[in-house]
Structures are given as structure tokens and as C-alpha cells.
Design a protein around this ligand. Structure first.
Ligand SMILES: [Zn+2]
Ligand SMILES: [Zn+2]
Length: 213
């Protein structure tokens, strides 16, 4: 089996996301995904709660704001503190039994690690469907992954239901979290995806704006 997993999704436990747990599962299934990683900004509680309440495969994770850029932690069950150095953050993720992904490392308008990526990471997110400009980000992230010789993964970075699944990773593993994480850390996976359409991004921005009014 090759589970199809969106490895980067924000739910409404992230201050900037509209996605409710119900929408998360609804759109993930609609897109033909076998699982999703819940990676809210600097909090784990939503991921833990959602995983407990559904049979759908949820990888518990976080997107951590380190001192030098965002880092996605996959398969952690405890809060990793923000504002630590990149090295400390990656160490804490590993100690917690997780893997560390250098997400959107060189994407304009996102807080990427740039030259702070290293082979200490388990994977580079080479496709981020929310990235803009998309092709530029993919090309330069691929270069980083080649230089480091680590796994390449993909995720949507969705903050709005219809954005889920525009990028996903096919993993050579059984449909089971530990197996998937092991395969990812060995690079037994392939990234796929395309940019979220502009109309969908605009709708998201309008809805977020409306919520603030
Ligand atoms: Zn980010
Ligand atoms: Zn994100």
C-alpha cells in the first residue's frame, strides 16, 4: 500500500486557520487522502484531541516557530516550545519520538529556515501548495533537499478546508502512523502536488477578514 498523506494542515486551533475538525476529515476524504498531519502553530492540543475523536489516520504534529524559521514536527505527542534555536528544536523533536521537517525553507512571505536547514533534519518540504511564487519555491526547496540528501515531502499548508490535499506525500508503508514515520525518515516517499488556485486563496483571505470584523 502507498498511503496518500497531506503532511501539513492547520486546524482552527491555529490562530490563522478556518478548518474545523469536521471539515478536516470531510475534505481529506473528498480529496482521496488516506491521512493528514495536523500541524498547528505552536500547539499540540488540537492534534491530540482530533486524533482521539476519529478513525481517520491523523499524524499528530506541530509547526514550531524556532528562532530561525518554522519547523514541522511529525509524530509528537507533547508540546515542543517555540523560540528555541533550530538545533535545540530538532533535538527536542527527536527526543519526543518525532521527525523534523524543514517546511517551506525558501518561500517568500513565509517564515522559512533558509540557510539554517541541515542534514539533522529528516526531510525537506519540497512542495508546499500554499507557496507563492509556487514554482520558485519548489525549485529552490528541491535544491536544498538534493544538497542535504534527505527525504522530500509535500503538504498543502491548508488554512481553509478546500485547500486540503493540493499537495501530498505518497509513502511506502502500511497505513499506520509509526510505519509511515519510519518510512518517511528513510526517504521511502514521494512528494506530489500543485499550487492552490488563486480563487481559493482569495476566498480564504476574505473569510479570514470577515471573521476579524
Ligand atoms: Zn510556516
Ligand atoms: Zn503551516
Amino acid at each position: 500500500m502507498q498511503p496518500k498523506i497531506d503532511l501539513h494542515v492547520h486546524t482552527h486551533y491555529s490562530y490563522d486557520s478556518l478548518i474545523t475538525p469536521e471539515e478536516l476529515i470531510f475534505y481529506a476524504k473528498k480529496r482521496g487522502l488516506d491521512g493528514v498531519a495536523v500541524t498547528d502553530h505552536d500547539r499540540i492540543d488540537g492534534a491530540l484531541k482530533i486524533a482521539k475523536e476519529t478513525d481517520f489516520l491523523i499524524i499528530q504534529g506541530m509547526e514550531i516557530s524556532s528562532l530561525n524559521g518554522h519547523i514541522v514536527a511529525l509524530n509528537v505527542q507533547e508540546q515542543i516550545p517555540p523560540r528555541l534555536s533550530v538545533d535545540e528544536t530538532v533535538d527536542k523533536i527527536h527526543e519526543a519520538g518525532g521527525i523534523a521537517v524543514a517546511c517551506h525553507p525558501v518561500t517568500p512571505f513565509k517564515v522559512g529556515l533558509g540557510k539554517h536547514t541541515s542534514s539533522k533534519f529528516d526531510a525537506v518540504e519540497v512542495i508546499n501548495a500554499s507557496a507563492f511564487p509556487f514554482n520558485y519555491s519548489v525549485k529552490h526547496s528541491q535544491k536544498i533537499a538534493s544538497r542535504l540528501g534527505i527525504a522530500r515531502v509535500a503538504g498543502s499548508d491548508a488554512h481553509y478546508g478546500p485547500e486540503i490535499g493540493y499537495a501530498y506525500t505518497l509513502v511506502d508503508a502500511e497505513l499506520e502512523v509509526e510505519e509511515i514515520i519510519k518510512a518517511l525518515s528513510k526517504g521511502l516517499c514521494q512528494p506530489f502536488g500543485r499550487a492552490i488556485p488563486l480563487t481559493t486563496r482569495l476566498k480564504r483571505e476574505l473569510l479570514i477578514l470577515k471573521r476579524k470584523l
